[in-house]
Design a protein around this ligand. Structure first.
Ligand SMILES: [Zn+2]
Length: 423
């Protein structure tokens, strides 16, 4: 894509995303922490960034964010709810429905689902997506061939990270080893599920094998762990035991970590410190957890298993928040809209974007979990990759998903800039 465009705009930018030294000196930061800024770009990069004096100029009426990140989703099964629904809304029924769909899944369908998702995500303002891919069903070779092509085709617009999701046992087989080796070419990650009930001894052995394999081929690991309402944090504890036995040089992400939130406060704090010590990242997934977990027939739940985001952050753990499923058996909602995700997360997590630690899981921490080059902060030289919201405050932005314009490498995305094969 050409990136020789230049321009200038004035907008409100969250203070936590600005790395200029003297921001806020003019005392015109709004009570939601939004700074009135002038921002110029050329050659796809920010070349000018300065605070606007509101005594001289009118206040900007738009909110500017970096293009955003979806750290955990499942594009291979997106939009399958209508054919494979889960009206019970339980984890078990979701799994059964998923397995039925997986048996008949083919590469053509996956291509349609993933490309439809990416087109939506692009317009909603996402620049990077990590998607888990069920990797033990039929047609896997064709499905992965298609995914590799899509990843390459979309790379100028969205970085697509692929996680091969398979039972832990699979990574202990010759087929699993071959698969892991093939992941190197696409910078793919090894994925798995560790949810109780499981046998401690065999889980320990399989985890160790999987981590050694990931280390051997330099693949990151992203586990679905403790997505449960029973046996709090039993998977995380098992993982930490194994990490004492193996030396690793690969990043590990613990997706969900939901039942950890049910631990007593002291045990929770101690586990959070241990997670920080081992540099494990966490991706919290409030929407699917709130939908699937803590269910009892004929009862409205008051106990909600969910990753204790604040306590983890306080211990020094990098925590991102993701949307997880998109209209499939695991969750009937989901639309790859990061602003909508922020709005839904507000009451579920009590994280507010006007606080630094409330915004980080959607921006800088998500960039860190995905190992992206750009952390998503605004500074001279950082990419001119923006989401310009038609909103003059956070409240305005969160009341319903606002209209927005997307800039990629200094050029506004509109129907004229989207190649025909992406629109
Ligand atoms: Zn997931």
């Amino acid at each position: 894509m050409r990136s020789d465009f230049k321009g200038y705009l004035e907008a409100l930018i969250p203070r936590g995303l600005l790395t200029l030294p003297k921001i806020g000196m003019k005392s015109q930061v709004s009570n939601e922490g939004l700074c009135p800024m002038g921002i110029g770009w050329e050659g796809g990069r920010i070349t000018d960034l300065h605070e606007i004096d509101l005594y001289v100029k009118p206040a900007p009426t738009k909110l500017l964010l970096p293009r955003l990140i979806e750290p955990h989703t499942h594009l291979d099964k997106a939009f399958t709810w209508s054919r494979f629904p889960n009206f019970d809304g339980t984890y078990q029924a979701a799994f059964i429905s998923n397995m039925k769909e997986l048996k008949v899944r083919n590469a053509l369908e996956v291509r349609e689902r993933v490309e439809r998702s990416l087109a939506i995500a692009l317009k909603n303002g996402l620049r990077a997506i990590r998607t888990h891919i069920d990797s033990i069903g039929p047609n896997q070779d064709q499905i992965w061939d298609v995914l590799k092509k899509i990843k390459l085709k979309w790379s100028p617009f969205i970085e697509l990270q692929l996680v091969a999701l398979a039972p832990l046992e699979y990574w202990n087989t010759d087929g699993g080893e071959d698969f892991a080796r093939d992941l190197i070419d696409v910078k793919g990650l090894i994925g798995g599920v560790l949810v109780p009930p499981f046998k401690e001894r065999s889980a320990k052995h399989l985890l160790k094998r999987m981590l050694q394999l990931a280390n051997k081929y330099g693949c990151g690991v992203d586990l679905h762990i403790d997505e449960s309402q029973v046996h709090p944090a039993v998977g995380l504890k098992q993982l930490l035991k194994v990490l004492k036995l193996v030396e690793l040089e690969i990043p590990i992400t613990c997706s969900h970590s939901s039942s950890m939130g049910l631990l007593p406060p002291k045990a929770l704090r101690s586990l959070a410190k241990n997670i920080a010590k081992h540099d494990l990242n966490v991706v919290a997934l409030p929407l699917t957890n709130a939908w699937l977990l803590g269910r009892n027939p004929r009862e409205t739940p008051f106990k909600r298993p969910f990753a204790p985001v604040f306590q983890l952050q306080e211990a020094g753990v990098v925590v991102a928040i993701g949307g997880d499923n998109v209209q499939d058996a695991w969750f009937p909602g989901g639309n790859l809209d990061p602003i909508s995700l922020m709005a839904f997360s507000l009451p579920l997590t009590q994280l507010a974007p006007w606080q630094r630690l409330g915004l980080a899981p959607f921006t800088t921490s998500a960039a860190k979990v995905l190992g992206l080059e750009w952390d998503g902060t605004f500074k001279i030289g950082s990419p001119a990759d923006f989401v310009l919201l038609d909103a003059n405050s956070w409240v305005e932005a969160l009341k319903h998903p606002p209209a927005r314009r997307i800039m990629i490498k200094g050029k506004w995305l509109d129907s004229g800039t989207i190649p025909y094969y992406l629109s």
